[in-house]
Design a protein around this ligand. Structure first.
Ligand code: C2E
Ligand code: MG
Ligand code: MG
Length: 898
C-alpha cells in the first residue's frame, strides 16, 4: 500500500484512490526525474521527466530493475537507501543527494544528483528516487572555481555587486589594492567605502545613466584606499542581465593607473601654472600640495639654491613657518640640514631618523615636535647638471621612500627643474631686456618705467624730486686712447660709485655710452645740489684701468620735478641740457636746468636745419688767414681756410657754434668735402693767376677720418684742380690721432704716403702723448692760441711755448703759433725761433679777393719765396713723393687776374 498523502489544503480526507491519483500526478509533473521502486528494486513508476532524462519511454523500463537506469552499485533499493544513510545522510529530507553518472539512450553520460527516500509502510517498502540532471550545473561550478582562481590572481580589483550596488564579492586583487576585504565591503556600496575628498561627486549618476541604457561604463576615477592614499583607477563597470533583460548584478574591474595619472595630472596642473606665469612660490606650493594629496603620508618641501650657495625656501605648506626662516639663513654644506647637505652632495639623502642623524642637528627641534621623524631629499638639477634646488619628503615615522614616492619624486624633480630653469631664463631675458649688460644698471626702458612710478608717487605726495643727468668728461678720448676695454672698466667703476653714493630709494640707470641718469625721490633742490657735489667728488677719485691711473670727471645737469617738467622724458631732456651747460663751462661741475637752456637747445635744432639750408643755398664762404714765416723779413708761408656763415637773418654765425652742430648731426662729412673742394678750387685759381699762396690749410674733422674714402677723395680733389699734395695741408685735432678705428689710421697712412701734410691743430690742449707724436707722420704742430695769449702775462705759458718749440725742433716738425695778436707776443716767439706765425697781428681771415689785396699791400704778391725750403730738420718720416705740377710756372708767370 502506498502511504496516505497528507494534504493540508484539503478539508476532507481523500479516499486511497484519490490519494494515489494525486501522488501519481505530483510525481508525473515533477521537474526532476522521479522513479518509484519497489522493494525488489523494480521500477514501478517512471515519470515524464525521467523519460526525457534517460531518453527512454517508460514502457521500456517499468518492471525493470533500477540497475538498468542507475548503473551505480545499488542493486537493491534498501541498499541504495542504506548507502545513502551510510554516506552520512541523517534522514530522508530533500537535499540529501548523491551525484552519479548515468548513461542515456543515445550512449552519452550525464551527471545527475540522486536522492532516494524510503516510503515506509507497515508491510511493503517503496522508494522514491529523484534524479536531477546536474551536468550543466557542475560544469558551471567547475568554471566558477577556475574563474575564481584566475580572478584572485589578477592584479586588478574585481568586485561583484547586486542591483542595489551592495557588494557581494571582491577578489584578492581588490583587497591588495584598497586594503579592504569582503567583510569590509559586504552589504555596502563601493561609493560608501571608496570615495574620498576628491572623488568625482557625480560618479553615481554616471553609473546610473550607463545602466539605464544597459551599457558598460568606462571611467577614470579617484578613489581612496583604507590607508587614505588616493588611487587613480580605470574602472569598467559591466551590468549583468538575465535572459529576460533584468539586471541581476554588476561586475566591476578596476585597474590602478595612479602612476600614469599622477604623472599626467601633475604635469598638466604644474605646466598650466608655469604657462600662466604663476609665481615660483605658487608653482612650488602646487607641487607640494599635489604630492601630499597623492601620498598623504608625505610632507613635502622645496628649496632653491642661490648662485652664492644660500638656500631659499620656495614652498613647504606642511612645515612649521619657523623651519622656513631657519632654512633661509643656511648655506649649503655637508651638515647643513637635509636640503643643504643634499645640494652640497648633489645626490639624494635619506635621513631615516631625524632624531639621531647629525645632518639634522640644527633642524630636529623644529621637525620632531611637528611629528616629522624621517626625510628623503633629492637634488633638483638643471639640464646641464647644476643643482638648482632640493625637494624633501618628510615622514611621520622612521622610514624610507616606497615605490610610489620614487615615482612621485621623479615627476616632481622634472617639473621643479623645468619651472626653475624657466624662471632663470625669464630672469635672464628680463635682465637682458631691462638692464644694461655692462654695468647691471637699469637700461633706458627700465629706468623710465621705474622713474615714472617714482614721479607718480611724488605727485601724489606733493613732494619734489630731482633728475640728474651725469656725463663723463672726455670719455671718448679715454675710450679711444686706452681702448674699449679700459672704457668699459671705467664705466663699470663709475656705475659702482654712483650706486654707492645714491643707495636706497634712488633710481639709477645708464642712458647710453657714458651717460647716467638718476631720479632722487623726495629730494629738494638743495639736497639735489649737495648730492651732485658728492657724486662729482666720488667720480673724481682716481681709478686704475689696466696699467693706467685715470682721473675721471663728470658734468652733471639737474632738473627738478615738478618745476622743470612733470614727465620723466622732459625732465631727462632738461637735465641733459643743464649737463651740457656744465660741460660747456669746462666740465667737472653741475648745473641746474633753467629756462634759457631750453632756448639754447631749441636753437641748436634750428641751427642744424639752417645749416642744411645754408649748404644747399650756398650761404657758406671760405675766408683765408695768412700764416707768415718768422725770422728776418716777413714772407708768406700759407693760408688757413676758415668757414664763414652769413645767415640772412641771424647774421654771422661763428664756426665754434655751427661746427659742433655739424659734427653731431653728421652734416660734417658734406661740409668738409665742400670746404676741401672750395679751398682747392681757390688754390687752383690763384695758381692760374700767379697769386703767391704757397699752400692752403684745411681743417678736417675727426669724423671725416673714419670715412674709408677720405684719402681717395683728397687725391681726386687735388687731381681735379691740377694741384699737388704739397699745395694742401690738413689740420687735424688730437682726437684723430688717438682714434683706434683702423680706417682712421689707414687714412693717415694713405694721406702721408700721398704727400699731403698733416698739421696737429690746437696742440697742447688735448691728451697727446709724445709717443703718439713720434709714431705718426705729423708735419707741423699748431701751438694753441691759449698759450700765445698768455705769453705776456704768464711765465708758465712762456715755458710751455718754449717747450713746444723745442719738441717741434727735436721731432723735426714745424711749429705754427696761433692767435698772435701783439708785438710782444711776436717778439717772444721770434726770439724763441718760432718758424711760422698766424694771428690778428698779421691779419684776420680774409675773403679771397681781400687776401690778394693783403698780399699786395704787404708786398708778398710777387715776393714769392719760391718752392719752400724744407724746415731745418726734416720731419721724421716725411720723404714726400708728390711733385708740384705747374706751380712754379704759375708763380713765375702770373696769369691775368679775373
Ligand atoms: P682753428 O682751426 O684753431 O682756427 C683758428 C681760429 O682762431 C679761427 O677762428 C681764427 O679766426 C681764430 N684766430 C686767428 N687768429 C686769431 C687771433 O689773433 N686772436 C683770436 N682770438 N683768434 C684768432 P674761427 O674761424 O672762429 O674758427 C674756430 C674753429 O672752428 C677753428 O679753430 C676750427 O677748429 C673750426 N673751423 C673753422 N673752419 C672750419 C672748417 O672749415 N672745417 C672744420 N672742420 N673746422 C673749422
Ligand atoms: Mg685750424
Ligand atoms: Mg687752432
Amino acid at each position: 500500500m502506498l502511504p496516505t498523502a497528507v494534504n493540508t489544503q484539503q478539508t476532507a480526507p481523500a479516499t486511497p484512490d484519490q490519494t494515489y491519483e494525486i501522488l501519481s500526478q505530483v510525481l508525473e509533473q515533477s521537474v526532476d526525474a522521479a522513479l518509484l521502486i519497489d522493494q525488489d528494486s523494480r521500477i514501478v513508476l517512471f515519470n515524464q521527466a525521467a523519460e526525457s532524462l534517460w531518453g527512454k519511454p517508460r514502457q521500456s523500463v517499468l518492471g525493470q530493475s533500477l540497475e538498468t537506469v542507475l548503473p551505480c552499485p545499488m542493486p537493491h533499493a534498501q541498499e541504495a537507501a542504506g548507502a545513502l544513510e551510510h554516506s552520512g545522510c541523517p534522514d530522508r529530507m530533500a537535499g540529501n543527494r548523491r551525484n552519479l553518472a548515468i548513461r542515456r539512450a543515445g550512449g552519452d553520460t550525464c551527471m545527475v544528483s540522486v536522492s532516494v527516500s524510503r516510503i515506509g509502510t507497515s508491510g511493503d517498502s517503496y522508494f522514491t528516487v529523484f534524479v536531477r540532471d546536474i551536468t550543466h550545473q557542475q560544469a558551471q561550478q567547475q568554471r566558477m572555481r577556475e574563474l575564481s582562481l584566475v580572478v584572485d590572481k589578477s592584479d586588478n580589483a574585481i568586485f561583484v555587486s547586486a542591483p542595489d550596488r551592495s557588494v557581494v564579492y571582491v577578489n584578492r586583487g581588490f583587497s591588495r589594492m584598497f586594503g579592504y576585504g569582503l567583510e569590509d565591503m559586504q552589504g555596502r556600496t563601493p561609493a560608501q567605502v571608496l570615495s574620498g575628498p576628491h572623488t568625482e561627486p557625480n560618479l553615481n549618476e554616471r553609473v546610473d545613466a550607463a545602466l539605464a541604457a544597459c551599457e558598460s561604463l568606462q571611467a577614470e576615477v579617484l578613489l581612496y584606499a583604507k590607508s587614505g592614499r588616493p588611487l587613480w583607477v580605470s574602472a569598467a563597470i559591466n551590468p549583468v542581465q538575465d535572459e529576460h533583460g533584468h539586471l541581476v548584478g554588476l561586475v566591476s574591474v578596476l585597474t590602478d593607473i595612479t602612476h600614469t595619472k599622477m604623472h599626467q595630472v601633475m604635469h598638466q596642473k604644474v605646466l598650466n601654472a608655469v604657462v600662466r606665469d604663476a609665481s615660483m612660490a605658487d608653482v612650488m606650493t602646487l607641487i607640494c600640495r599635489e604630492v601630499e594629496h597623492i601620498a598623504p603620508e608625505v610632507v613635502a618641501s622645496i628649496v632653491a639654491v642661490e648662485p652664492d650657495g644660500r638656500l631659499r625656501p620656495l614652498a613647504a605648506p606642511g612645515l612649521p613657518p619657523a623651519m622656513r626662516e631657519q632654512i633661509a639663513n643656511t648655506c649649503i654644506g655637508p651638515n647643513a640640514g637635509s636640503s643643504g647637505a643634499t645640494a652640497w652632495r648633489g645626490k639624494p639623502l635619506l635621513v631615516a631618523d631625524i632624531a639621531t642623524d647629525p645632518v639634522c642637528a640644527d633642524y630636529r627641534h623644529l621637525l620632531l615636535p611637528h611629528g616629522l621623524q624621517a626625510s628623503w631629499t633629492n637634488p633638483i638639477k638643471s639640464s646641464n647638471g647644476r643643482v638648482l634646488g632640493t625637494m624633501t619628503f618628510y615622514y611621520r615615522e622612521p622610514r624610507g621612500p616606497d615605490e610610489l614616492h620614487a615615482r612621485l619624486i621623479d615627476t616632481c624633480l622634472h617639473l621643479c627643474a623645468l619651472a626653475m630653469e624657466r624662471e632663470h631664463a625669464n630672469e635672464r631675458v628680463h635682465q637682458l631686456a631691462f638692464y644694461d649688460t655692462l654695468t647691471g644698471l637699469p637700461n633706458r626702458i627700465m629706468f623710465s618705467a621705474k622713474a615714472e612710478q617714482a614721479l607718480a608717487n611724488a605727485g601724489q605726495m606733493n613732494a619734489p624730486a630731482a633728475v640728474l643727468f651725469i656725463d663723463l668728461d672726455r670719455f671718448k678720448l679715454i675710450n679711444d686712447a686706452q681702448g674699449h676695454a679700459a672704457g668699459d672698466g671705467l664705466l663699470r667703476d663709475i656705475a659702482l660709485r654712483l650706486g654707492e653714493e645714491m643707495a636706497g630709494i634712488n633710481i639709477i640707470g645708464r642712458q647710453a655710452g657714458d651717460e647716467f641718469v638718476a631720479v632722487l625721490p623726495h629730494c629738494s633742490a638743495e639736497q639735489a645740489g649737495s648730492m651732485a657735489e658728492r657724486l662729482l667728488s666720488a667720480i673724481a677719485l682716481p681709478t686704475t684701468v689696466g696699467l693706467m691711473t685715470l682721473h675721471p670727471s663728470a658734468s652733471i645737469g639737474v632738473a627738478m620735478y615738478p618745476d622743470d617738467g612733470r614727465d620723466i622724458e622732459l625732465l631727462v631732456r632738461h637735465a641733459d641740457m643743464a649737463m651740457y651747460r656744465a660741460k660747456g663751462e669746462g666740465g667737472g661741475s653741475f648745473r641746474f636746468f633753467s629756462g634759457d637752456m631750453n632756448k639754447v637747445a631749441q636753437e641748436r635744432v634750428s641751427l642744424e636745419t639752417a645749416l642744411r639750408d645754408a649748404l644747399r643755398l650756398q650761404q657758406l664762404q671760405l675766408e683765408y688767414q695768412p700764416q707768415v714765416r718768422g725770422g728776418q723779413g716777413t714772407r708768406i708761408y700759407g693760408v688757413e681756410a676758415l668757414l664763414r656763415w652769413q645767415h640772412p637773418e641771424l647774421g654771422a654765425i661763428p664756426p665754434a657754434r655751427f661746427i659742433p652742430v655739424a659734427e653731431e648731426s653728421g652734416l660734417i662729412s658734406e661740409l668738409s668735402i665742400w670746404v676741401l673742394r672750395q679751398a682747392c678750387a681757390q688754390m687752383a685759381h690763384w695758381r692760374k693767376r700767379g697769386v703767391n699762396v704757397p699752400r692752403v690749410s684745411v681743417n678736417i674733422s675727426a669724423i671725416n677720418f673714419r670715412d674709408p674714402d677720405l684719402s681717395a677723395l683728397i687725391a681726386r680733389t687735388l687731381d681735379a684742380h691740377g694741384l699737388v699734395p704739397d699745395d694742401l695741408t690738413l689740420e687735424i685735432t688730437e682726437s684723430v690721432m688717438l682714434d683706434p678705428d683702423p680706417d682712421v689710421l689707414d687714412n693717415i697712412e694713405a694721406i702721408y704716403a700721398m704727400g699731403v701734410r698733416l698739421s696737429l691743430d690746437d696742440f697742447g690742449t688735448g691728451y697727446s702723448s709724445l709717443s703718439h707724436l713720434h709714431r705718426l707722420p705729423i708735419y707741423e704742430l699748431k701751438l694753441d692760441q691759449s698759450f700765445v695769449r698768455d705769453i705776456d702775462t704768464s711765465a708758465i705759458a712762456r715755458t710751455l711755448t718754449t717747450s713746444v718749440l723745442r719738441i717741434g725742433e727735436s721731432l723735426g716738425m714745424k711749429v705754427v703759433a696761433e692767435g698772435v695778436e701783439t708785438a710782444s707776443q711776436h717778439r717772444f716767439l721770434a726770439e724763441q725761433g718760432c718758424p711760422v706765425l698766424q694771428g690778428f697781428l698779421f691779419s684776420e681771415s680774409l675773403s679771397a679777393p681781400a687776401l690778394e689785396q693783403w698780399l699786395l699791400q704787404n708786398e708778398f704778391a710777387c715776393a714769392s719765396d719760391g718752392p719752400e725750403a724744407q724746415p731745418s730738420a726734416e720731419p721724421a718720416r716725411s720723404g714726400r713723393t708728390g711733385k708740384r705740377r705747374g706751380a712754379g710756372a704759375a708763380a713765375t708767370a702770373p696769369a691775368e687776374l679775373d
